[in-house]
Design a protein around this ligand. Structure first.
Ligand code: GDP
Ligand code: MG
Length: 598
């Protein structure tokens, strides 16, 4: 294959700016998907993506246009899936930076632009949704985008993913301006694994960008990091479904099926080599640097709803990790929910999506704990510890440090007031406001815990969806936080313990006890529901005992007999209490689920 006839590119943009819809038009124009099979956001293949209307996974597809092979990778826009985007960037030479003309540049536009620059990609600016935007909006966005890219306004392409206007022109621009792939040299065949998926029959399927040489079906290959050798059972490309071919050559993007069943044998970002003499090649061939492991910031424990499904859950997580390289987990144990796993996630949405995928793709229903961030805690006279599970928070810490992020909120000026008012709900500090083009940029420090509570949702609602957010970690700071336990019938309920900032303590304590009162079934005795900090009760509700009328079967007015029966019932209840029947308060898994809902 002549490298000059290949172009590899991504579409990157803020969420909802129209990446997947533009990809639909490319699929049509190039005849990759037949018109009768076309459906909106075709590349969003996961059921979950279709239902939520967002892209979670990068999606590669090979198209042909005017004799050129075009390998496109569609990417997600939400910041929790930034690791997907960054991996896609390493597999291509160029990208389309797409901006919705009705919204202008948004927070993820800037973040994506920065990552693409770091990956040294050639970027083409495109302004989308010109069918609905006003002329002024289109012109303003073209200007903004040209400024960001340091290009002239005439180089920005105007398109509509909806009507198809400008789409062919954009494709031709990609062919003209994105550089063709280059060989890196060396006598070996070498490729980068940028993603993978597990298949019952074919085992691990590695998504590959080939840089040098050629990979052929049935030849031998090796994952360099794990040293695992295998025979390539099938090689092919994405059309966008996997389509078997015979080989993948330099500059191409496709997949290889390895037959390997153990998910731990592949590390995403690993280098695959294949030659006739693996030993010679492996000793000389430099592996690619791989990917910097993303840092999980939100920690949640998962338990199978049915404890008998523990092994199924473990296997599911292993297989899911092949398709979600940012997923981290280790085993965990809860007194109430049994054996499970503690997972590390890149954000709250990432965690919600993971729970959802486990249920849909792997048919395991899970119950989980409240999401928590990590804390560094100084124990009196005893150094520092890091905890990620609220139950490990000590009673009397000398000092607590919590993770802090720097947030950037980009908003149209008319929503600046309500955005700044979010200070009342979230612990923003060092807030600074400046003008960036037609927008206002608010930068501020914020504890990560506040960010993951529900800043995203609140920001969207106060700005009618127009403000957008990005953030980056900026170390640790002293946190004014405490541990809140929840007690039912005087017993601490493991799994409901949380670390909360002082400012949220009262509100959350009330909310939780009230919600529990609503959800918990009545039992034979009165149950107190309490929120406590260091043993001190800060909120309380009571669930009255279930009244079982023991005198039901008596007719008429024999008062003394009734009294007798009631007395007997009282004695029975007392005895139950004395026997410690209280300790058997069972919190059904379904109540955990309800309580954790936002
Ligand atoms: P993504 O998150 O960037 O992949 O965005 P999608 O492709 O999922 O599109 C987000 C929303 O914008 C969907 O409701 C699309 O129908 C709509 N959309 C995308 N492109 C256009 C366009 O050119 N014109 C109009 N009017 N709507 C568009
Ligand atoms: Mg999309």
């Amino acid at each position: 294959m002549d490298l000059n006839n290949i172009r590899n590119f991504v579409i990157i943009a803020h969420i909802d700016h129209g990446k997947s819809t533009l990809a639909d038009r490319f699929l049509e124009v190039t005849g990759t998907v037949a018109a009768r099979l076309m459906k909106p956001q075709y590349l969003d293949q996961l059921e979950l993506e279709r239902e939520r209307g967002i892209t979670i996974k990068m999606a590669p597809v090979r198209m042909t246009y005017a004799g050129t092979i075009l390998n496109l990778i569609d990417t997600p826009g939400h910041s929790d899936f930034g690791y997907e985007v960054s991996r896609a960037l390493t597999a291509v030479e160029g990208g389309i930076l797409l901006v919705d003309a009705t919204q202008g540049i948004q927070a993820q536009t800037l973040a994506n632009y920065e990552s693409a620059k770091r990956a040294d990609l050639y970027l083409i600016g495109a302004v989308n949704k010109i069918d609905v935007a006003s002329l002024e909006q289109v012109e303003a966005t073209v200007k903004e985008l040209a400024e960001l890219l340091g290009s002239s306004e005439s180089e920005i392409v105007k398109v509509s993913g909806k009507t198809g206007e400008g789409v062919k022109e954009l494709l031709v621009t990609v062919m003209r301006r994105v550089p063709p792939p280059k060989r890196r040299g060396g006598s070996w065949s070498r490729g980068l694994v940028f993603d993978s998926i597990y298949d019952e029959h074919k085992g691990i399927i590695a998504f590959l960008r080939v840089f040098d040489g050629e990979f052929k079906t049935f030849a031998e290959a090796e994952f360099m990091a794990t040293g695992v050798r295998f025979k390539m059972k099938e090689i092919g490309y994405f059309s966008p479904a996997m389509k078997a071919g015979e080989s993948l050559g330099s500059g191409e993007i496709g997949y290889i099926a390895t037959g390997i069943k153990d998910p731990d044998k592949l590390k995403i970002g690993d280098t695959v080599i294949a030659t006739d003499d693996l030993r010679v090649a492996a000793s000389k061939c430099e592996p690619f640097p791989g990917y910097q492991e993303p840092n999980p910031v939100v920690f949640v424990s998962f338990y199978p709803e049915d404890p008998a499904e523990y092994d199924t859950l473990r296997q599911a997580l292993g297989h899911l990790r092949l398709n979600d390289a940012s997923l981290r987990f280790e085993s965990d144990m809860s007194e109430i929910l049994g054996r499970g796993f503690k997972g590390g996630f890149l954000g709250r949405l990432h965690f919600e999506i993971t729970a959802d995928r486990l249920e849909r793709e792997f048919k395991v229903r899970t119950v989980h704990s409240f999401p928590s961030v990590a804390y560094q805690i100084k124990i009196k006279n005893n150094g520092w510890i890091t905890i990620t599970n609220p139950k490990d928070f000590p009673a009397d810490p000398a000092e607590v440090l919590e993770p802090i992020v720097r947030t950037e909120i980009l908003t149209p000026p008319q929503y600046l007031g309500p955005v700044i008012q979010l200070k009342e709900l979230f612990r923003f500090s060092h807030m600074e406001v400046k003008t960036v083009g037609a927008k206002t940029l608010v930068t501020a420090k914020l504890p990560l815990a506040d960010l993951v509570s529900d800043l995203d949702d609140k920001l969207k609602s106060v700005s009618e969806g127009f403000a957008s957010l990005s953030y980056e970690p900026m170390g640790w700071e002293r946190g004014e936080v405490v541990k809140m336990d929840i007690l039912v019938a005087e017993q601490i309920v493991p799994g409901l313990t949380r670390i909360l900032p002082h400012v949220e303590l009262e509100r959350e304590a009330r909310r939780t006890v009230e919600k529990l009162k609503e959800l918990l079934p009545r039992v034979q005795f009165t149950q107190a529901i309490q929120a406590a900090v260091n043993g001190k009760i800060i909120a309380r509700e009571t669930i009255p005992a279930m009244r079982k009328d023991v005198t039901d079967y008596l007719y008429g007015g024999d008062r003394t007999r009734k009294m007798k029966l009631w007395k007997k019932q009282q004695r029975g209840k007392k005895r139950l209490k004395a026997l410690g029947v209280k300790s058997q308060v069972k919190i059904p898994a379904s109540i955990f689920k309800e309580l954790l809902k936002r």
